[in-house]
Design a protein around this ligand. Structure first.
Ligand code: NOJ
Length: 536
């Protein structure tokens, strides 16, 4: 177990990979200080190998004041001491590789921490200095420059705060996210050079891929003009200059046989696909699938649109149900509104966790059977719900920048439960975010012994996905099915059926049932909110 099958050792491993997202701070705490760390991940590598994933994507593990959970990087070449050391990261990369697991690191090119040496130097050097040219510094508007230089909206959904902050010397600097995350000026050659060097730094250490944060935001219209949504091209989203940047990155990655996955939130599928041309990024996250409600027609449309937009550029699709920014899957699928929308997040939205869990089990089998690569966010395999974080414990800046109305993203970032009988459910020391009552019931050790658990389902599904024929990248053919039922064939007679209708569904013709997300009924039919993998 844990060894790569021959099909996964090809250079195109990324076209079919199952990639597990590690939010380091909340994964496992090796030194007992309440913060997850690299020692914790190393100790749990056997768990990840047994789970059967092909790669790990680590959210930023670099030196950071954690103003935005590590997406405020002070030094890309240093591991934050709370997480460990560079030597440990190198060991972790090598140990994972021994188990057949590749490593993907997270690069945040749009902005740095306000504690990054470049920004500190820019602040110190004052207006008009070359140091300030690495960022977007401007004079303010208004009689005394007391108004921000433009009217751009914050990229934190629901945020009422400006994207400009004024320094005591009178100049303003741009930050699409928090004031602690000043935006870099990508028109500056030193910014480009530095990032290509950082890519090499990590590729040299055996990293197999890079996740690109806010990938469509880096380039700005140099005039930084005001902008009204819907009127002409955006001065800061999806600008054509980006493609030149990513072509240069691709050349670096190709030297190391490494891959990219871009965080590209764009509603226009043609614009989205441009990032996936053969000389640009290998893959990008599929956020329309992630946001899609639990509805057969909507899911089928999302799947068709995804495959149609990827086909012309020859890139594989990715399938994502959850990540560290969005509401956990079992909670979302148990709500009246099963879609995800950043602007619709509220405190106290009711959910039916039993229903949500049934659906999440089906969604797991659905996404693992679709053509392309799939992402699993830590804790999804345990069926963790979104936690209600007491207001006084919330740390996420998204909450504070919304004036306290948005609950923020901490509810999906709660430290994992490993051992039901241990303090803090075996996470380590007292966790940096409180674990809700009953968290131990989700512990990995307990679920490992229960064949009906979410963990057992993920293990079985990932094992089949690796070893059985028909999974991964390749064609998909829809089968005729009753309303509310999704049924499709992959290759080699692999057949997936998901029942989202209100009544039990007959299984399509098959010679064997490979796996189901829940028991079939007494007549051998597929109950509501249940999925099956069959061999025709
Ligand atoms: C996207 C990341 O996933 C999110 O966590 C972060 O807050 C923003 N980018 C800004 O870096």
């Amino acid at each position: 177990m844990g060894q790569p099958s021959p099909a996964r050792t090809h250079d195109d491993w990324w076209r079919s990979a199952a990639i597990y997202q590690v939010y380091v701070r909340s994964f496992a705490d090796g030194d007992g200080d309440g913060t997850g760390d690299l020692a914790g991940v190393r100790a749990r590598l056997p768990y990840l190998a047994e789970l059967g994933v092909d790669a790990l994507w680590f959210t930023p593990w670099y030196l950071s004041p954690l103003a935005d959970g590590g997406y405020d990087v002070a030094d890309y070449r240093v591991i934050d001491p709370a997480f460990g050391t560079l030597a440990e990261a190198e060991k972790l990369i090598a140990e994972a590789r021994e188990l057949g697991i590749r490593t993907i690191v997270d690069i945040v090119p749009n902005h740095v921490s306000d504690q990054h040496p470049w920004f500190r130097a820019a602040v110190a050097a004052g207006p008009g200095s070359p140091e300030r040219e690495l960022f977007h510094f401007r004079a303010g508007r208004g009689e005394n420059g007391e108004l921000p230089p433009n009217d751009w909206p914050s990229q934190f959904a629901g945020s009422t705060e400006p994207v400009w902050t004024r320094l005591p010397d009178g100049e303003w600097y741009l930050h699409l996210f928090t004031p602690e995350q000043p935006d870099l000026n990508w028109a500056h050659p030193a910014v480009r050079q530095e990032h290509e060097d950082v890519l090499r730094f990590w590729f040299e250490r055996g990293v197999a891929g890079v996740r690109i944060d806010s990938a469509a935001l880096l380039a700005k219209d140099p005039a930084l003009p005001d902008f009204t949504e819907g009127r002409g091209p955006s001065p800061f989203v999806d600008r054509d200059e980006l493609h030149d940047i990513y072509r240069a990155w691709r050349a670096v990655a190709d030297e190391y046989d490494a891959i990219f996955v871009g965080e590209v939130w764009l509603p226009d599928s043609e614009r989205f696909a441009r990032y996936l041309r053969p000389d640009e990024l290998h893959t990008a996250f599929n956020f329309s699938f992630l946001a899609c409600p639990w509805d057969a027609e909507r899911l089928r449309t999302s799947i068709d649109e995804t495959l149609a937009e990827h086909a012309p550029v020859g890139a594989p699709a990715t399938w994502v149900l959850c990540n560290h920014d969005v509401t956990r899957t079992v909670t979302r699928y148990g709500r009246a509104d099963t879609g995800f929308d950043f602007t619709a997040k509220e405190f106290g939205t009711p959910t039916d966790l039993a229903l949500g869990t049934r659906r999440a089990r089906s969604a797991a089998l659905l996404s693992l059977a679709l053509p392309g690569a799939v992402y699993v966010y830590q804790g999804e395999e345990l069926g963790l719900p979104e936690a209600d974080i007491p207001r006084e414990s919330i740390q996420d800046p998204m909450h504070f920048r919304s004036g306290g109305t948005d609950p923020g993203r901490d509810g999906c970032r709660v430290p994992l439960p490993w051992e039901a009988g241990a303090p803090y459910a075996g996470f380590g020391g007292e966790p940096w975010l409180p674990q809700p009552a009953g968290w131990a019931a989700y512990a990995a050790d307990r679920q490992g012994e229960d064949p009906a658990s979410m963990l057992s389902l993920y293990r079985a599904a990932l094992r089949l996905r690796r070893s059985a024929a028909g999974f991964g990248d390749g064609p998909l053919t829809w089968l005729p099915a009753p309303e509310g039922v999704l049924a499709f064939d992959r290759t080699d007679g692999l057949r997936c059926v998901v029942n989202l209708s209100g009544t039990p569904a007959e299984l399509p013709a098959h010679t064997s049932v490979l796996l189901t997300s829940g028991p079939l009924d007494a007549e051998g039919r597929l109950p509501q909110d249940t999925a099956a993998w069959l061999r025709a």
